[in-house]
Design a protein around this ligand. Structure first.
Ligand SMILES: *Cc1c(COP(=O)(O)O)cnc(C)c1O
Length: 462
């Protein structure tokens, strides 16, 4: 069952439009051939509705654009920095913050200060760049999300929750001294945008306190997570979103944040630190200057800091969040209605289609979800992305293709960018594909890069 968050239409009206166009079928075929059947390599002008990612692809408000005009581009002490500092303290309750050019910049500054080579970083489920920065700092990322996260049809309301017994077990086994910090990702991006409950965060904090371990939040979708808490967690339904966020963040020692998601801006990032972390702040400042920029801009223009300071407030609006999460849920429900198997409950920022199940005539070695991405683009000009066997890559020891249990196609919805009509068009495209899905052919790679192959690989049909 899908919760109905969408009694209302879009809670905004449109002041500026960006034309998009659907190429002819022939044009799409040519474009995709040129791209080696890899939608990542399409030009955006060749795409009608782009659901590749929700990162940095959202629309800013008139108020944010007005803020862009009041950018103070002073090298040091820009007024927009102080506006952003006020917003961070007001919303998250953290007195210390540093701006960065995006989320991975925050990770790059902070993680080496927390990780000794060989240390573990347990979390619910780490995002790709986050894991990469843990590893670059010599650490080892460990995913301890609850088992429901791996069951596509489990209706568990908080599939991003940490498995508490597994966390305690892990700490006991490895010894607290070998653990750098605990990281909670909200919502759990790699787990499908699934939320983390406030109750689970409290239990993680108790574990962190018991073993004297720092607890950090990877906070890219902090507002969407708070919305799910309000809607799904018993006792939370009458609390304001801001109160939930405050309580959630008070449990941690700090956060890294990609502002390209719930910051409602196209580029930017943050490090936030609790009052107890003054020493860490000093060290982070020292790293920030050579890596990102001076402490009052950290890789962001003054105008971008202003847009972010305003975006952080806009994302808390409940009618915005209801429409945002509701738009994604609405798309998911339309797919369910026509028999397309998807991950449930539907996450906050994307619908994940179970390509392996829907195209069950294709063996996993023939990349069913990639084949579906290709068909979707040809049918409709919609760009999606495979999150499955291609993304998983090869085992570094054996060189064999890793066969992940899930082989999915992700439809990632940018914020405030497309209307429900666009989503209906996407669902209709799946309806058409459904009629002929047994005829869809699998693909194999004709060019396979050694690392991060999904971005630039080429394919041919088998
Ligand atoms: C996007 C994202 C990041 C990385 O942020 P960038 O702004 O893309 O560098 C880290 N963690 C999570 C959970 C994310 O979604």
């Amino acid at each position: 069952m899908v919760e109905a968050y969408w009694p209302q239409a879009e809670p905004y009206r449109i002041k500026v439009v960006e034309p998009i166009q659907l190429l002819s079928r022939e044009g799409r075929e040519k474009a995709l051939e040129r791209a080696g059947l890899n939608p990542f390599l399409l030009k955006s002008d060749e795409v009608y509705i782009d659901l590749l990612t929700d990162s940095g692809t959202g629309a800013m408000s008139d108020n944010q654009w007005a803020g862009m005009m009041s950018g103070d581009e002073s090298y040091a002490g820009s007024r927009n920095y102080y506006n952003l500092a006020r917003a961070v303290e007001d919303i998250f309750g953290y007195p210390f913050f540093l701006p960065t050019h995006q989320g991975r910049g925050a990770e790059n500054v902070l993680f080496p200060l927390l990780i000794e080579p060989g240390n573990y970083v347990p979390g619910n489920m780490h995002f790709d760049t986050t894991r990469a920065h843990i590893e670059l700092a010599g650490g080892i990322g460990v995913n301890l999300v609850g088992e429901e996260a791996y069951d596509l049809s489990s209706e568990h309301p908080f599939k991003g929750d940490m498995d508490i017994p597994a966390l305690i077990d892990f700490i006991e086994k490895k010894g607290p001294n070998s653990i750098a910090f605990i990281l909670m990702t909200v919502t759990c991006n790699s787990g499908g945008g699934q939320p983390v409950s406030l109750g689970n965060m409290k239990r993680v904090q108790e574990v962190a306190r018991k073993y004297d371990l720092p607890l950090f939040i990877d906070a890219a979708r902090f507002a969407e997570n708070a919305f799910f808490i309000k809607k799904r967690e018993p006792g939370q339904e009458d609390r304001p979103i801001r109160t939930i966020i405050r309580e959630f963040f008070q449990l941690a020692d700090g956060f890294t944040l990609s502002a390209k998601k719930d910051g409602l801006v196209n580029i930017g990032g943050l490090i936030g630190l609790a009052r107890s972390q003054e020493e860490l702040l000093q060290k982070a400042r020292e790293r920030l200057v050579p890596l990102e920029g001076f402490i009052t801009y950290g890789g962001m223009a003054g105008r971008d800091m202003e847009a972010l300071a305003r975006g952080l407030y806009e994302v808390l609006e409940e009618d915005y969040l209801a429409h945002r999460v509701g738009q994604v849920a609405r798309l998911g429900q339309k797919l369910l209605d026509i028999g397309v198997p998807i991950q449930q409950p539907i996450g906050g920022h994307a619908v994940f289609v179970d390509g392996k199940t829907w195209l069950k005539h294709l063996p996993q070695e023939q990349f069913p979800s990639q084949a579906l991405c290709i068909e979707l683009y040809l049918e409709s000009g919609v760009r999606a992305v495979e999150v499955g066997t291609i993304l998983a890559g090869r085992d570094p020891q054996t060189g064999e293709n890793i066969m992940p249990p899930l082989d999915l196609l992700r439809l990632t919805v940018p914020r405030r960018t497309y209307t429900d009509n666009h989503m209906d068009y996407v669902a209709a495209a799946f309806g058409k594909i459904g009629e002929k899905r047994e005829k869809i052919r699998g693909v194999k790679m004709t060019y396979e890069p050694q690392i991060l192959r999904h971005f630039t690989a080429s394919f041919t049909r088998v």
